[in-house]
Write a protein that binds this ligand. Structure first.
Ligand code: OAD
Length: 240
């Protein structure tokens, strides 16, 4: 099966890769929906990953993200991230990397133009539209930091449930899904839309879809092949 997919990779003029939390599992970043180890098996996303939760309990939400930020700063890209970045460098313009991950590990592996659909946990932004008094060079430290004049809060620059994805990145991802000949879907449960819909778009537009995931997912239904392997093992074999 690996050899078949390697052949498809050689042939494809344009490849899209959609990654999810499983991509970073072997770096030590917990996924969201894996039983036992997934973050959403221990925490309620409605209490931590919505704007309403942040407005109700800004310190609790800020601290949870601060803890994840710290944890992520202490891990490193794995062989899968490195293989993708090296492929992009060897074949400029042939691969579009679309990620749901906010951990920045693709970027740290050297990927220069990953489409980060859910933002980046290392960044933050104003909760409410910034006013004239809200200046990043005058932020009052705190959990969360705030504008000392109007009280506007800083929040993690990630996409929470119910929020829109960044338009430019989403449009570029949709375009890649429509025009690719092969889409690799790596380490995502395929539960969260619109990201999961990109695999359906690629399939409907005639691309081969290949899943890299040790577990079954709903997206397997549109896949030509499912490689039941972990990403850090499988991607170097596929992309070498
Ligand atoms: P999930 O936690 O929903 O799914 C992780 C997937 O990775 C599962 O299907 C696992 O089987 C698979 N997996 C685990 N270890 C793996 C490995 N070593 N190699 C390959 N696959 C592995 O994570 P996502 O699909 O990314 O949203 O979740 C989508 C979104 O839901 C996330 O971006 C996040 C979350 O709420 C935001 O943060 C906005």
């Amino acid at each position: 099966m690996l050899e078949t997919v390697r052949g498809w990779i050689r042939e494809a003029r344009h490849i899209a890769v959609l990654t999810g939390a499983g991509m970073s599992a072997e770096s030590g970043v917990p996924t969201f929906r894996d039983a036992q180890t997934g973050l959403w098996s221990q925490f309620n996303p409605q209490e931590l990953a919505t704007e309403a939760a942040f407005r109700a309990h800004p310190q609790r939400v800020w601290d949870w993200y601060a803890h994840r930020r710290e944890m992520i700063a202490g891990v490193a890209p794995n062989a899968g991230h490195v293989a993708l970045a090296a492929f992009e460098q060897r074949h400029p313009g042939r691969l579009t990397l679309i990620t749901q991950n906010v951990d920045g590990l693709h970027q740290r592996a050297g990927h220069t133009n990953a489409l980060a659909l859910h933002g980046n946990i290392a960044d933050d932004r104003w909760l409410d539209a910034p006013r004239a008094c809200c200046r990043v060079d005058a932020i009052e430290a705190g959990r969360p930091p705030r504008c000392p004049v109007c009280g506007n809060l800083r929040r993690p620059a990630v996409v929470w449930f119910g929020e829109h994805l960044p338009t430019v990145a989403l449009e570029a991802a949709e375009q890649a899904a429509r025009h690719c000949e092969l889409m690799l879907v790596v380490g995502t449960s395929g539960e969260v839309y619109p990201a999961a819909g990109l695999a359906l778009t690629a399939h409907q537009c005639g691309a081969r879809v290949v899943i890299v995931n040790p577990e079954v997912t709903p997206l397997d239904a549109v896949a030509e092949l499912c490689l039941r392997q972990p990403a850090a093992l499988c991607l170097p074999l596929l992309l070498a």
